[in-house]
Write a protein that binds this ligand. Structure first.
Ligand code: ZN
Length: 674
């Protein structure tokens, strides 16, 4: 599962201090390399790559090549005619001499959007893009620059796809009552309707109902009607559908296996075997090896993994990433976990509801070295795999957070005007600037490694008593645990933070977000629904009310704008402790009424005036809601004889268009139609 951890999308957290090494390069090069429509493209850096052993650098190189070879597969999966459209438009973009016209500029924008979405439908909303270049212009360009032999579909049809809003309007339609197969433009099914698909897989499930290790039926194939009208699967494997691209992936995996250590070699070989056979039993065998390998420094994802793009949640899109351990960040979570018992013993929670023995979870933090397929350019910032339930139950799963990506997001958000707009006091802005990311990372670590695992239920409590309030209160409990300890001298003592200023940066931001700025993500007229957002509002509003007599948190109006400020951080920390004690009591005793009171009173209702003001001020900042990345580039360096690899060089291109055109040249492994 891709874990879209709650990012501070608004860019509250700016520059990290002491986090993963900022490179000298960063000073000059901008982090945002392109912006268009609702999208910004950011570059990310790979700190620590240069100091990896040569073997690991080589391994990353080969796995990265494998990660780039599946790009066309995803384009084709997203929509049957994506590749022919991309090939045609790229040809015109490269060859035309009409480069100054408005039509050309519009073509460039359309291509940028298409590259970003890996197709002609928006990556998030799934709606088809509307070209802003004239159809007449396009037809002229095709006449001049595209050989009809290269087109494979009639020009009229191609234009209809692009310009007729009623054709293939959505990549993924999940409207209740509709035939979601016939009305979704993705290329996972063809010539079959929803009922046929459901019957096909119901039969398959029936045949295999006694399997103890159930494979994920249909995960790696297109389901379609053949010439006789039989419903058949076309499997994505060597010799099957997408073979030319998969052969290349396997070629690079074989190279990777040669330089991998034995344990990892077996994992990579198992993946290559699965690509050759297309047998999902082989995929499971690979997943088991992969999930058991916790030792290898370099790790990767490569395959048909996530099924979000299929309205029936069966077919998986192709994705890849290559990564290695972020030692510095992993040390952080190890220190926290090693001290788990101390944190439990010293928490403000009623001793009856503390765990006698508690074990922290140490989360793995990784540095990504390459993104591919459905992880590129838009990528999750956390990953939890494999997806097969029986493997998760039997062998567990690997859960990682990707530090250099969140770092790049933060860098890119710096200077977007957000803190200037919403943070009143300069000292708060400076603390957020300096410590924002470290504070955010540590809060997440404390939340994940300790918060959720702390505390215990009273005898007789089942844990289901809080019903619909369960997840909001659970998130509040974990957040409060993190907030409370972020402001503890113990963290300075453990060397996790240089001073409590880190905590004050987080406190100021947390309260502002909970009471105010997170409203920018809610539509006018709506209340707070999502449980993480409710949890933040609950904590902030409760502390505001309880600290009102001492003016701990204060609304200030300045120049006609509203600001929320924290006047007393130490007192606020005590309030976090008091609320933690109460929320833990509610959970431990299963006190539904008290839980309901808390949530309904503090976490739900939105002040319409304030909401309106936040939306207005946020919109004026023109911050693009979606972000994605350009990849670094790697180059093998040979010895003078040209036979032996002596190093792998990394560089950071900062041109989105050039990277996409380059990928189009070097990794165009599939024909127009597959
Ligand atoms: Zn949580």
């Amino acid at each position: 599962m891709n874990k879209f951890l709650e990012l501070s999308v608004m860019g509250v957290f700016a520059v990290a201090a002491g986090a993963s090494a900022a490179k000298p390069e960063s000073a000059e090069k901008p982090w945002i390399v392109d912006r268009f429509d609702d999208i910004k493209v950011i570059r990310y850096e790979v700190p620590g790559f240069e100091s990896l052993p040569l073997r690991e650098k080589e391994l990353i190189y080969y796995l990265s090549e494998a990660a780039k070879c599946g790009r066309d597969i995803l384009f084709d999966q997203n929509f049957k005619y994506n590749l022919v459209i991309r090939h045609t438009l790229e040809r015109i973009y490269n060859d035309t001499d009409d480069r100054d016209s408005a039509d050309f500029k519009a073509l460039e924008k359309y291509l940028k959007k298409m590259w970003f979405a890996n197709g002609i439908h928006h990556h998030y909303s799934n709606d088809k893009f509307r070209p802003e270049f004239a159809e007449k212009w396009l037809r002229e360009q095709i006449d001049r620059y595209v050989y009809s032999d290269d087109l494979d579909i009639p020009v009229d049809f191609l234009c209809a796809i692009l310009y007729d809003p009623d054709m293939y309007p959505s990549r993924l339609n999940q409207t209740a009552g509709a035939d979601v197969i016939l009305t979704s433009a993705n290329n996972y099914y063809e010539g079959v309707d929803q009922q046929q698909v459901e019957e096909f897989y119901a039969r398959m499930a029936e045949q295999h109902k006694d399997d103890k290790e159930p494979i994920s039926y249909g995960l790696n194939s297109k389901l379609m009607a053949d010439e006789e009208g039989n419903v058949v699967e076309r499997v994505w494997r060597v010799g099957g559908m997408y073979s030319p691209a998969i052969e290349k992936i396997v070629y690079w995996l074989d190279k990777a296996a040669e330089v991998a250590e034995p344990v990892q070699r077996r994992t990579i070989e198992a993946l290559a075997k699965y690509y050759r056979t297309g047998d999902l039993n082989d995929f499971d065998a690979y997943n088991i090896l992969w999930v058991k390998d916790l030792e290898s420094n370099v790790d990767f994802v490569n395959g048909f993994i996530e099924d979000y793009g299929d309205p029936l949640g069966r077919k998986a899109s192709w994705e890849a990433n290559v990564n290695f351990r972020d030692e510095q960040a992993c040390r952080r979570t190890e220190i926290i976990s090693a001290n788990a018992q101390w944190f439990e013993d010293n928490s403000p929670v009623d001793p009856a509801y503390k765990k006698k023995t508690v074990k922290g979870v140490s989360a793995k933090v990784i540095t990504v070295a390459m993104l591919g397929g459905d992880c590129y350019p838009a990528t999750p910032i956390g990953i939890n795999l494999p997806n097969a339930d029986w493997i998760r139950k039997e062998y567990g799963s690997k859960s990682v957070t990707i530090d250099n990506i969140t770092y790049a997001y933060d860098k890119a958000a710096h200077g977007n005007g957000f803190t200037e707009e919403f943070v009143l006091r300069r000292e708060d802005r400076e603390r957020m600037d300096k410590y924002g990311k470290l504070a955010d990372d540590l809060h997440t670590d404390l939340h994940e490694c300790l918060g959720h695992g702390s505390g215990q239920l009273a005898p007789g409590t089942k844990g289901t008593e809080l019903r619909t309030y369960t997840s909001t209160l659970e998130e509040a409990r974990a957040d409060l645990f993190g907030l409370y300890y972020l402001g503890d001298e113990k963290l300075v003592e453990l060397g996790l933070i240089p001073s409590l200023d880190v905590a004050w940066a987080q406190y100021a931001d947390y309260i502002m977000n909970g009471m105010m700025t997170q409203l920018s993500r809610i539509e006018p007229g709506k209340n707070v629904e999502e449980s993480h957002m409710r949890n933040r509002k609950l904590i902030a509003e409760w502390c505001y009310e309880k600290g009102r007599d001492d003016n701990v948190i204060e609304w200030v109006v300045d120049n006609g704008k509203r600001y929320i400020v924290v006047n007393d951080f130490r007192r606020l920390r005590e309030l976090f402790g008091e609320l933690l004690r109460e929320v833990q009591r509610i959970k431990s005793e299963g006190d539904y009424e008290a839980g309901k009171q808390l949530v309904e009173r503090y976490a739900v209702a939105v002040d319409a005036d304030l909401h309106d003001e936040v939306l207005r001020r946020y919109r004026a900042l023109n911050i693009e809601p979606y972000g994605g990345f350009v990849n670094p580039e790697y180059r093998l360096v040979y010895d003078p004889t040209g036979t032996k690899v002596v190093d792998v060089e990394i560089s950071y291109p900062a041109d989105y268009v050039q990277q996409m055109l380059g990928y189009g040249r070097e990794y165009s492994l599939l024909p127009n139609l597959n």
